[in-house]
Design a protein around this ligand. Structure first.
Ligand code: C2E
Ligand code: CA
Ligand code: CA
Length: 565
């Protein structure tokens, strides 16, 4: 199953027919020389043909064997003169036999060496040298051989990606062969403790790809549970026991529809996501999402064009001061109107973009549009509107991101205090040390910074106090069920108290009902955002809305709140 083309097999197959041809040739040469009647003439040299052929197909041993056979056939079995029956001098035929064998050996040796190196090159092309495991190229070939399974079958093929999260740290401190040794040790354990029909490959320097063909969900669950246990063990490197943070991502599929390479890309992405979220991840590719990889990659490819073609626009959702009901700003949310696929929600294209180099252009577009709009509103009498734009922590990876933002402010003539940048909690905390300086540069320019989706990750209180963050946006998951859900109420109340103690303000997003709004007003939440006030709308619609209510979208009076429209 592993090798689709086995050179040894091929040679063996050919050897059967070659052997017959070679022996027949020896016989023909014997007959030919005998018929010519004289061994002393040049005709005996024809014997080199079967000798060389044998050396090519059977190597040095085959060359020597046919050399000896040819020598004997043209030696004691062949008279010097067929008419008189005079025999050859022994020394003649012995010398000729030795010479035939020598030629057979030389050609055979060359043939063996060529075969050895071809095999070696082929092996290197399909394997990882340090661990001896099949590489991603071979894994692609193996994936291609997976048989189709019926859609309603209980069984699926599973592709598992397994990555070392702290590989860079380990490599920097112990060298890259530490990673090789850890992965080799891990493979040993997996082979001992997990089913032996697993095919294990090395797909990146820090990750393995595992194929579990045709398995039901129960067996697969057992397998992932065992895998989790294995990954918690320390791994030996020289005399040390190293701790590795390892995560796996798993993709289930019934049929191989896309290019096999896209499945490897998918498991690599799943591993990256698992590492990022510090949680093992399992994805099922079912009937309904066949072709998803292609679609995603295609979408990403079209996005660049979409920016230029004006298919992307920004919608704006008002943010309202809880106590007064006044609009204090808007969140700019991206919309993609695709010419054939219709409206594509940001959740479908933005997370993928954030992992790619396109994130830069996308954020540039969002900030540029938002600031242009802010300046326009300012000119049209809707003044002091703060626009918030969602940014990705990957934006900070480009050294000139902060400069670009400052240049855009300058270009549109907007004061920094009217631009807010929202960054999600999980991503911010992960790369915090590296980005602190940049956050301060932005905040020194007056830009407002806020933590988005608060409560979905793990914020360090120490950082929360230290960072130039002005707003904490509680994730909608805690707001949508207010005030009925007691757990959400506790979380919201605690977050508000903590944020106020740290001198920060709180925004509740996903406020859909009057009851939720009233609850938030009574718990001193500073700002609300959600369908109750308004869904995201176009810039023009926002302008109308603003003018209709004269900037006061909700009635802020305690206990008597209502929408003013
Ligand atoms: P987010 O930053 O958490 O944005 C809030 C999302 O909640 C928006 O979804 C908004 O339409 C939705 N929402 C607002 N009020 C309510 C409500 O009362 N109930 C419910 N159920 N939902 C509400 P949207 O526009 O689909 O955006 C989804 C996500 O896409 C955003 O989540 C944000 O992470 C991302 N996104 C949108 N635009 C951009 C952008 O320009 N740049 C980046 N990097 N990300 C963006
Ligand atoms: Ca947001
Ligand atoms: Ca949010």
């Amino acid at each position: 199953m592993i090798e689709t083309f086995d050179l040894d097999e091929w040679r063996k197959k050919k050897q059967y027919s070659a052997a017959g041809v070679i022996l027949l040739m020896v016989a023909i040469v014997y007959w030919f020389v005998y018929e010519r009647g004289e061994i002393k003439y040049v005709f005996s040299h024809t014997m080199y043909v079967p000798i060389v052929l044998s050396a090519i197909f059977f190597g040095a041993r085959g060359g020597i064997l046919i050399g000896i056979l040819g020598g004997l056939v043209l030696g004691p079995l062949m008279p010097m003169d067929t008419i008189t029956g005079e025999m050859q001098n022994t020394v003649n035929w012995v010398y000729r036999t030795a010479f035939f064998s020598l030629i057979g050996f030389i050609v055979g040796f060359a043939s063996d060496t060529t075969v050895f190196y071809i095999k070696k090159i082929k092996w290197l092309a399909h394997h990882d040298k340090p661990t001896g495991l099949p590489n991603s190229l071979l894994m692609e070939k193996i994936i291609q051989t997976l048989p189709d399974l019926p859609e309603d079958s209980d069984e699926s093929h599973y592709l598992i990606g397994l990555g070392i999260a702290n590989a860079v740290e380990i490599r920097m401190n112990f060298g890259s062969n530490a990673i090789d040794q850890i992965l080799s040790a891990l493979v040993g354990i997996i082979r001992n403790e997990l089913p032996d029909n697993l095919l294990i490959c090395r797909i990146h320097y820090n990750s393995l790809g595992i194929i579990q063909p045709k398995t039901n969900k129960i067996d697969m669950k057992r397998l992932t549970q065992n895998l989790e246990k294995i990954l918690k063990k320390p791994f030996a490197f020289d005399d040390l026991h190293l701790h590795c943070d390892m995560y796996f991502g798993c993709v289930a599929l019934k049929r191989v529809i896309d290019e096999p390479g896209t499945y490897i890309e998918k498991i690599s992405n799943t591993v990256s996501e698992a590492i990022q979220k510090k949680q093992h991840k399992i994805i099922f590719i079912g009937r309904e999402n066949n072709g998803w990889v292609r679609e995603n990659i295609q979408l990403l490819g079209e996005l660049k064009h979409a920016i230029e073609a004006g298919e992307l626009t920004m919608h704006y959702q008002p943010k309202v001061i809880t106590q007064t009901g006044h609009i204090c700003g808007v969140e700019a949310l991206m919309r993609w109107h695709h010419p054939t696929l219709g409206n594509i929600p940001p959740d479908r294209f933005i997370p993928r973009t954030e992992d790619s180099t396109l994130v830069d252009q996308l954020t540039y577009f969002a900030i540029d549009q938002a600031l242009r709009q802010q300046a326009k509103w300012e000119k049209n009498g809707i003044s002091g509107m703060c626009v918030s734009v969602n940014i990705s922590v990957n934006n900070f990876k480009y050294h000139d991101f902060t400069d670009t933002v400052l240049q855009l402010l300058d270009h549109h003539g907007v004061n920094g205090k009217y631009l807010e940048l929202e960054i999600t909690e999980t991503l911010l905390m992960e790369e915090i040390e590296r980005n602190i300086e940049k956050l301060f540069t932005l905040s020194d320019a007056g830009i407002i910074l806020s933590i988005d989706d608060f409560g979905t990750g793990y914020s360090s209180l120490q950082y929360l106090a230290k960072l130039p963050i002005s707003f904490i946006k509680i994730d909608q998951a805690f707001i949508l069920n207010l005030p009925a859900d007691t757990k959400s109420k506790h979380i919201v109340q605690t977050t508000i108290n903590m944020a106020h103690d740290l001198g920060k303000e709180v925004v509740a997003e996903g406020v859909e009902t009057k009851a939720a709004y009233d609850y938030l007003k009574n718990t001193d939440c500073d700002i609300v955002q959600g369908y109750y006030a308004s869904p995201p709308v176009t810039a023009g619609e926002f302008e109308n809305l603003y003018r209709q209510c004269n900037g006061q979208l909700l009635n802020g009076a305690r206990g008597t709140s209502q929408r003013i429209q």
